[in-house]
Write a protein of this length. Structure first.
Lengths: 395, 274
């Protein structure tokens, strides 16, 4: 199939990427706003353009369990979910990562109940940060397409062998349309060769997978941790190779935008990044020294990169679309612990916004930057602020 | 137009409802309310529980004690409510996906325990809310967004499942028979045990569109023309019954209700709760 540009949604972009990645087994249970992805994939399987087994399972728990089963016999697998579905899957996530199965999953970021709500925030995926899965967040449909392909390469790398969750903001990315560049199938095949592994049931020499062990339990997870650290370099390497082959590169673990001489930067995840970029462009035009750090991977965490940024700027804002109730934003906690390793101590402010899909406007972002610039000049303010709520709530 | 005493049970501030105009679930809402009123139930003593789905939006519209729980798990929540306060009347409303896919486990265990809950299963053969994916009751060959060339998975028969798992009242009607729906729900409420009333509902938006039943009326007519009462079905061959909806009361039997057994056990072994 030759390369082409088509006008598709984020959900469809993921489905197209899955078709090109040629997984052997796909298992999924529908949940808004992931549904379009799994519907398209079942179309592809039934019209023969994707030669995979598609399992219509009866829940997310079964979806991941089936993916684990398939991976245990050496299959490349895919599943997709969102919100409550991801939480229902929770038991099986460390199972997959502990067994070192390189499953790729798309998660359409949506908030969690109660109260019930449909729109996007990151409370679903960030609640699973400790599950042993790598997590990457996408800014647009093209990046979502590209990251599905990259995710398989990273996950299946023998140095890594860990699953990847590719996150797309629900509706904002899953349901909006844009032009997406689809590469040539042969080029994709060259970038992503067929999956071969030793980590599987061996029909010649029967042995167990997913075993129980008390004696080696700690060492087992230490190995997992060390390999996850190695994944940082693999992520950068795969991104570079992808860039050479397809002309698009994302910066690996994180991307810095106009940070060179910035006094204040904001860290973002996902689709809000685009809005922050455009605020920076207009503020830069008025002489403000502001920049953006787009966190792409949250696991493995880009520790050294964050330390490096902290040593160059005077104020850091972290925009969390989540909240660890009883403390602060989850990304903020993670960024703060790396900033502590820096030789300087920039001012830090946590902005909690966009919960349950609440809008984060350009004005909101400009206000954040102005506050951060005052903090850079030594003004003391609050550590955690809530964005776009009545003043009585952020009092 | 509903009777005034039925209208009293509507939570009017939640209207207009979110169902598509002509959705079968509205007929079931009305039947449930008539059954509750005619059975002499009070709003303060009635709990309506649901999971997630178009069907499961129903508790929002009923001005009783209502709870909207997670997808598939409403019977587990309802079991907790019933055990904590066995005096309550509990109606658990659910969709076919809710009941037989993600919640299948809870469904068979509620049947097995024979706990005093009335489950009203609104079977429209599809996941309506999420956009028309195949459910465990999508008929063989029917189209769905995840089965674009027709379903090949054999479907569940919800009434047989309930019967096999131990429910003590099991009945099926279609939305083309609103009075019978109401009667079966009343009988279910009167049964001291786990009652399953499966009501064949319609989703013209998601199911009908793909399966030649585009309008609400197409669906009502389909149910009317393809329903067979149980007595008649007994004399028919499996070939004749293919594609037909067998309606009627399949199980009506008395075995001790679970919370009764539980309280008896506590008093027997000397606990302080009567
Ligand atoms: C754990 C979880 N998985 C998936 C969903 C998405 N979901 C919401 S409703 C629904 C299916 C509804 O179908 P059904 O129960 O038949 O109700 P209907 O809408 O047809 O009345 C699904 C899959 C969810 N809310 N939670
Ligand atoms: S989508 Fe189907 S089940 Fe849902 S409200 Fe519309 S007609 Fe009813
Ligand atoms: Mg349904």
């Amino acid at each position: 199939m030759p390369g082409k540009k088509i006008f598709i949604s984020g959900d469809e972009a993921v489905a197209e990427a899955v078709r090109m990645a040629r997984p052997h087994v796909i298992s999924a249970y529908p949940i808004t706003p992931q549904t379009v992805t799994v519907e398209r994939i079942s179309d592809f399987v039934e019209d023969g353009s994707l030669k995979s087994e598609y399992l219509h399972v009866e829940s997310e728990h079964s979806a991941m369990s089936a993916a684990i089963g398939a991976a245990a016999v050496g299959a490349r697998t895919f599943t997709a979910t969102s919100s409550q579905g991801l939480l229902y899957m929770a038991e099986t996530l460390p199972y997959a990562s502990g067994a070192r199965f390189p499953i790729v999953m798309m998660n359409a970021n949506r908030t969690v109940a109660t109260p019930w709500a449909l729109l996007s925030d990151h409370r679903d995926s960030l609640s699973q940060l400790d599950s042993g899965w790598m997590q990457v967040y996408c800014e647009d449909a093209q990046e979502a397409f590209d990251m599905i392909l990259q995710a398989y390469r990273i996950a299946e790398d023998p140095r890594v062998m860990s699953p990847v969750m590719v996150n797309l903001d629900g509706f904002i990315l899953t349901h909006t349309y844009e032009m997406v560049d689809l590469p040539d199938q042969e080029e994709v095949d060259a970038f992503l060769p067929p999956y071969r592994t030793e980590n599987r049931m061996d029909l010649e020499e029967p042995r167990t997978v997913c075993y129980a062990s008390l004696d080696e339990y700690m060492e087992f997870h230490m190995k997992q941790e060390f390999d996850m650290r190695k994944a940082r370099a693999v992520i950068a390497e795969v991104d570079r190779d992808f860039g050479i082959r397809f002309g698009r590169q994302y910066g690996g673990l994180l991307e810095k935008y106009r940070c060179e001489d910035a006094d204040a930067v904001i860290f973002t995840l996902g689709s809000v990044t685009g809005t922050v970029r455009s605020v920076i462009d207009s503020m830069r035009g008025n002489g403000y020294r502001v920049g953006l750090v787009k966190m792409r991977f949250v696991r493995p965490f880009p520790e050294d990169e964050v330390v490096d940024i902290a040593e160059k700027v005077k104020a850091i804002g972290v925009l969390d679309r989540d909240l660890s109730i009883g403390y602060e934003g989850i990304v903020f906690s993670n960024v703060s612990s790396s900033v502590l390793r820096a030789c300087s101590a920039p001012a830090m402010v946590n902005y909690i916004g966009g919960l349950g899909g609440r809008n984060i406007s350009k004005d909101n972002i400009q206000e954040m930057f102005l506050e951060l610039l005052r903090a850079a000049d030594g003004e003391k303010g609050k550590r955690v602020r809530f964005v776009n709520v009545g003043s009585e709530y952020d009092g | 137009m509903p009777r005034p005493e039925v209208l009293d049970w509507l939570r009017k501030r939640f209207f207009p409802h979110m169902w598509c105009p002509g959705c079968g679930h509205g007929i079931i809402l009305h039947a449930i309310l008539r059954a509750l009123v005619d059975s002499g139930k009070k709003r303060e003593e009635t709990v309506i529980a649901s999971g997630i789905g178009c069907s499961s939006r129903m508790p929002g519209y009923i001005d009783a004690c209502t709870i909207h729980t997670t997808h598939g798990r409403s019977l587990a929540f309802a079991t907790g409510i019933k055990l904590a306060n066995p005096e309550l009347t509990i109606v658990d409303v659910m969709g076919d996906g809710d009941c037989t896919a993600i919640g299948g486990n809870h469904f068979i265990h509620a049947c097995r325990r024979n706990i005093g809950i009335t489950a009203v299963v609104m079977n429209n053969n599809i996941y309506g809310m999420t956009g028309g994916q195949a459910s465990p009751t999508t008929p063989l060959g029917a189209k769905a967004t995840t089965a674009p060339y027709g379903a090949i998975d054999p479907p569940f028969d919800i009434c047989k499942l309930a019967q096999g798992a131990g429910a003590t009242y099991v009945a099926r009607a279609t939305i083309a028979q609103p009075v019978i729906c109401e009667q079966y729900i009343k009988n279910g409420l009167a049964n001291n045990g786990f009652s399953v009333v499966e009501i064949i509902s319609s989703c013209h938006t998601q199911f009908g569109r793909k399966n030649n039943r585009r309008t609400p009326l197409d669906n009502i007519n389909f149910f009317r023309n393809n329903s067979v009462p149980i007595a008649k079905a007994q004399g028919m061959t499996p070939e004749d019954l293919e594609g037909k909806i067998v309606t009627g009361e399949f199980v009506k039997r008395e075995t001790p209700e679970y919370t009764r057994l539980y309280l008896d056990l506590i008093s027997r072994v000397g606990g302080n709760k009567a």
